[in-house]
Structures are given as structure tokens and as C-alpha cells.
Write a protein that binds this ligand. Sequence first.
Ligand code: NAP
Length: 316
Amino acid sequence: MARQAWNPEQLPDLTGRSYLVTGSNAGLGFFSSEQLVRAGASVYMTGRSPNRLMDARAALRRRNPDAGERAHTLLLDTSNLGSVRAAAATVAGRGRLDGLLLNAGIVHPPKERETTRDGHELVFATNVLGHFALAGELLTSLAAASGRMVWLGSMSTSMWKYDPVDPQLVEGYTGWRAYVQSKVATTALGLEADRRLRAAGVDVRSEVAHPGYATSGRTAGIVGVNSPSRLSRFADNLQAPITQSKEHGAWPLVRALVDPDAEGGQFWGPKTVVRGEPRRGKASKITRDPEIAARLWRVCEEATGVSWPLEKAAAV
Ligand SMILES: NC(=O)c1ccc[n+]([C@@H]2O[C@H](COP(=O)([O-])OP(=O)(O)OC[C@H]3O[C@@H](n4cnc5c(N)ncnc54)[C@H](OP(=O)(O)O)[C@@H]3O)[C@@H](O)[C@H]2O)c1
């Protein structure tokens, strides 16, 4: 059983451990990376823009002079399967990997449907397919370290119960629907991954976490990482009782990734759902449906051409 007592500002010693965070040049990914290096871990900060990555690493080093050298940058565009494969090959070749934080995401989708160079709908490709492929490509590395993967869910899946029968929204695209469907998918896949890993005897745990409602305007200004306008500060502060900073929003993500008592197949979020200390919660009903999850798994295998090497990972 996972303990309820957990101090998010005092993590277990992670010296010698290595993690990869997608979308770590901003928002929750940046603060998760920072919390991990502060606890002694090495982190691959990954992102799609070399300049934004360099700025974020510089900020992290500025804020953490003693820990910042454990932050390394790596280009990884989750919407591009070639980029995912290349980054995975680099990481697999460098040795130990204890955890993947599958965080990158388009949170403000385009109004009109767009597709990637691989031909997939942009939001589904970025939030879901790239992470499915990355986790599959790095599964044996994770298994070698008895590691863990954390998928990013969202409380929006409790309010909009979209069944992703058409996950790439060939028909009826709206930006919001694309976003919520992608979060139904990441949550369902995170829980399905846990079932498949257990069934195959792979020593890797899969968890799902969400940050509540975490906004830039409630987050410290950091050059190169977070510079909200005065208007968004004002608007976000009006919502203070139901929001928190991205630094605090990162707490459940990091707990899911490093709490030694987390068992796999669990769902983590803030205490009051929207804000607060990280606790175990309950994923929305639609994301717990194994038939929907199995259907999504097949869609991801077909779209990415990646079939998770479960037998190989079990033998590591
Ligand atoms: N904030 C919340 O309240 C909230 C609530 C529920 C769930 N979430 C989830 O939490 C995750 C992070 O959200 P956030 O609030 O931190 O958002 P954010 O501040 O907008 O950061 C998103 C991160 O994802 C990166 N990203 C976007 N497209 C990418 C791509 N193709 N390849 C690689 N990286 C890419 C962004 O990089 P660029 O700078 O290059 O765009 C950025 O680093 C998302 O999965 C989101 O769905 C957030």
C-alpha cells in the first residue's frame, strides 16, 4: 500500500538514478526535472526546440548551482516518430534508465484539424502516439533498472466522457475534443500498460498522474521558462482557490515516478483534485474500461509500427 504521508519537498535520495522527461523546457516538465535533479537524479530534459531546451537547462542550472550539472538535454519531438526513435536509441545506448515521465502535450490545440508528417492528427500524435512509441522503444532499458513510466492524465476526462472510437478525429474535430480524447487515451493506455506488464512478468511499473489545475499565471516567473503576461497573471490569480502553480502541479507526477511504495496501475493527483499535496486518486470510469484500452492499444501499435517487446523485457 502506498503511504499517505509524503513530503513533496523532501524526496527520497535519487542519487545514481536516471530519468527522462518529455516536454521539459516549460511547465510541469521543467519543474518535475528540477525536483528530480534536486533529489540527486540525472535527468534527460527533452523537447522539440534546441533553443528552448538550452534556455530551460540554463534556468535550471541558475536556480540549482549544485545540482544543475545533472540535467542533460536531448531533442525529442513527440509528434515525430523518427525523432522519438532517434532519442530512444541515444538513451538506450547511454546506460541506466529508471523512469520515463511522459509529460509533453499540446494543451491548446489548433482550431482546425492538423496532421503531422507521419500523417497522424497532431494532438493525438503529440500527446499519445509519441509516448506509446517511446515507452515501447525504451521498455527493455526500463526493465533492466526495475523502472517505471508515468503517463499524464487530466481531470477533464471525468467531465467530458468522450469515447475515442475515432481517436484521430477524422470526423467532427474540435480542439477541445482532441485534447480530452488524447487524455482519455493516455490514462487508459497507462492502466492497460500496467495490466500487460504484469501479465508478461515485466519488472516495470506503469502509473498515471495528473497535476490538477496548474497555471502559468500562478507560477514563478523564470526567464526562458515561464513569462506569463500581466493579463494572464491577473486572470489566473482570480482563480486562486481552484488553481495552483506548475511547480506544485508537478508534485503528483514526481510522486508517481519515485515513491517506492507506488504499486503500478495507480492514479495520482492533488489532494483536492484541483490543487494540494499529491495523493492516490481514482481514474475516471471511461479510462478504466479495458475494452476501450485494448482498442486504443491496437490503434497505437498500427499507427506507430511499435509493438512493445514484452517477452524480451521480461527476460532482462
Ligand atoms: N496544466 C494543467 O493544469 C494540466 C492539467 C491536466 C493535464 N496536464 C498535462 O500536463 C502536461 C504538461 O502540461 P503543462 O501545463 O506543463 O503545459 P505547457 O506549459 O504548455 O508545457 C507543455 C510542454 O510540452 C511540450 N511539447 C508540446 N508539443 C511537443 C512536441 N511535439 N514534442 C515535444 N514536446 C512538446 C512543450 O514544448 P514547446 O515549448 O516546444 O511547445 C512544453 O515543454 C500535458 O500533457 C497536459 O495535458 C496539464
